[in-house]
Design a protein around this ligand. Structure first.
Ligand code: FE2
Ligand code: FE2
Length: 256
């Protein structure tokens, strides 16, 4: 277990158990740095109307003071839920692995998509006239969000409950639901490859503002997280289901 610790001029103000090893000096770290370092930070700052863009060089303490938000509350809310251990899942119940996937990867993906969608809108409006590739970036971001949100919902509402029931001894059925989930992982991967291509590997132009930088940082982070997320499902969860069931899982053809 590691910690986030907020450090101010009068010493530690708040200590929060979390998964990310991090000590934040709220008088030295800028609000812009915080926005870029923590995947959830921008969504939280937008909600609390903390200016992390135009005044990104303000310290975290100054930015919070200007917005009337307690620093400790901000830090508590942006704790990163992604960095738990993922090892040894092949030795644990599938229900535990599914819970981990939903609580970490699905939660992170939803938070990240909220931020990325917001940033894609903002950056398109501000920079789309000069950097025309942002029109396609914007379109792809919304396709990515639609695909992923539908996919995670199908997993949570149909496939994962069926796997849990099967693990408890439910009657054998088809594995087509699991196969459909594996196929559905392909399009998000393709979209992320295209995003990398049309942004020249998320290269920033000289006039990029902090929101522009944050959009590309968040897309990179999402790609990294999705790789781990899909790897756990494709290589641990779903093969375990197929081995256990032979065949036991009901098909997922109904959609939501
Ligand atoms: Fe998933
Ligand atoms: Fe999935």
């Amino acid at each position: 277990m590691t910690k986030i610790m907020v450090v101010g001029s009068s010493g530690p103000q708040d200590e929060h158990e979390n998964e990310t090893a991090m000590t934040i000096d709220v008088n030295a770290k800028t609000i812009g740095e915080l926005a870029l370092e923590f995947p959830r930070a921008i969504a939280v700052m937008e909600r609390w109307q903390i200016d992390y863009c135009c005044h990104h060089n303000r310290s975290v303490a100054e930015a919070c003071l200007a917005a009337g938000v307690p620093v400790a509350e901000l830090v508590r809310e942006i704790g990163d839920p992604r960095s738990q251990s993922t090892g040894g899942w092949d030795q644990k119940p599938l229900a535990d692995l599914q819970r981990y996937i939903v609580d970490t990867h699905h939660a992170y993906t939803r938070q990240s998509l909220e931020t990325i969608s917001l940033l894609a809108d903002k950056v398109l409006v501000r920079h789309g006239g000069v950097h025309t590739e942002l029109v396609e970036v914007h379109r792809l971001v919304f396709e990515l969000a639609t695909e992923l949100l539908m996919h995670m919902r199908r997993e949570e509402e149909i496939v994962f409950p069926q796997i849990e029931a099967m693990e408890k001894g439910a009657e054998p059925a088809s594995t087509s639901g699991v196969q459909s989930m594996i196929v559905e992982h392909e399009r998000p991967g393709e979209i992320l490859v295209t995003l990398r291509q049309i942004t020249a590997g998320y290269a920033l132009p000289g006039d990029a503002c902090l929101s522009y930088r944050a959009l590309y940082e968040r897309l990179r982070d999402l790609e990294t997280d999705l790789r781990e997320h899909f790897q756990l499902e494709n290589e641990v969860l779903f093969p375990s289901v197929i081995r256990l069931g032979q065949p036991r899982l009901l098909g997922v053809r109904t959609g939501i």
